[in-house]
Design a protein around this ligand. Structure first.
Ligand SMILES: Cc1cc2nc3c(=O)[nH]c(=O)nc-3n(C[C@H](O)[C@H](O)[C@H](O)COP(=O)(O)O)c2cc1C
Length: 219
């Protein structure tokens, strides 16, 4: 259940992260979850809408639900995707949750994975979003306990890009313009390892062949 989306029009309607301050709705959902024993649920949520303490009013209801896991992005909806992570509140929530907890937010390197695991032994997992797009090799690097060279990371990133490009080419039916409009926004994250000029060329490409040439020049 997505109680993490901070998109303002949704939050205003009490959806996504907006649900965090609707304990009546969460109570009703909880009753359904408890009765649907043939399904497994999980929740992804923020700490609150305006306040990082909003979660305190609903954690009891959440604890009544047998979740596979509860993933926490310790920001408020109004923070969107930047600003301080409320680690103190996260730690309190971790103590109070009876469900397995997964941490999410701003993890971008193998050493950050180690640091969060060392400081929070009670965690049941770590989730990466943007960090994984910026550095797709990060999990492999962590497993190997070795930071990869720039060339290794780039090669891995370009392999991922190739797989996504191929997938879009096979599955999208709206032609080249649709493929380009779907794949280009990824470069906001994939592009962090490269020079700004090279990424601009990719974003500006208005044909598949121009796009492919610009991407190839990164290797
Ligand atoms: C482009 C984008 C789309 C996202 N879409 C969703 C979504 O559909 N559902 C969700 O729970 N979180 C979504 N998120 C939030 C991420 O799952 C994650 O909680 C947030 O980015 C913080 O983690 P990170 O720093 O590892 O990226 C999205 C984030 C971004 C940047």
């Amino acid at each position: 259940m997505n109680m993490g989306c901070p998109f303002v029009p949704q939050v205003r309607k009490g959806r996504g992260a907006g649900m965090l301050v609707r304990s009546d709705v969460i109570s009703e959902i909880s009753r359904h979850v408890q009765s649907m024993t043939d399904m497994i649920f999980s929740i992804k949520m923020r700490l609150g809408v305006e306040k990082p303490t909003d979660w305190r009013d609903i954690i009891g209801i959440i604890n009544d639900m047998p979740l596979s896991h509860l993933t926490i992005h310790p920001r408020t909806a109004s923070q969107q995707y930047a600003g301080e992570l409320h680690t103190d509140e996260f730690n309190r929530l971790l103590e109070q949750s009876t469900n397995p907890v997964i941490f999410n937010g701003d993890i971008e390197s193998p050493s950050q994975i180690d640091a969060i695991r060392e400081s929070h032994s009670e965690l049941n997992g770590i989730m990466l979003g943007r960090g994984l797009l910026k550095r797709p090799s990060v999990i492999a690097e962590w497993y190997q306990q070795r930071e990869w060279t720039h060339a290794e990371r780039v090669s891995h990133l370009l392999d991922l890009h190739e797989a996504i490009f191929e997938h879009y080419s096979k599955t999208l039916t709206g032609g080249d313009a649709q493929i380009l409009s779907k794949i280009k926004p990824l470069w906001e994250y994939l592009g962090t390892e490269f020079e700004r000029k090279a990424i601009k060329k990719i974003i500006k490409a208005n044909s598949i062949s121009g796009y492919r040439i610009a991407v190839m020049q990164l290797a």
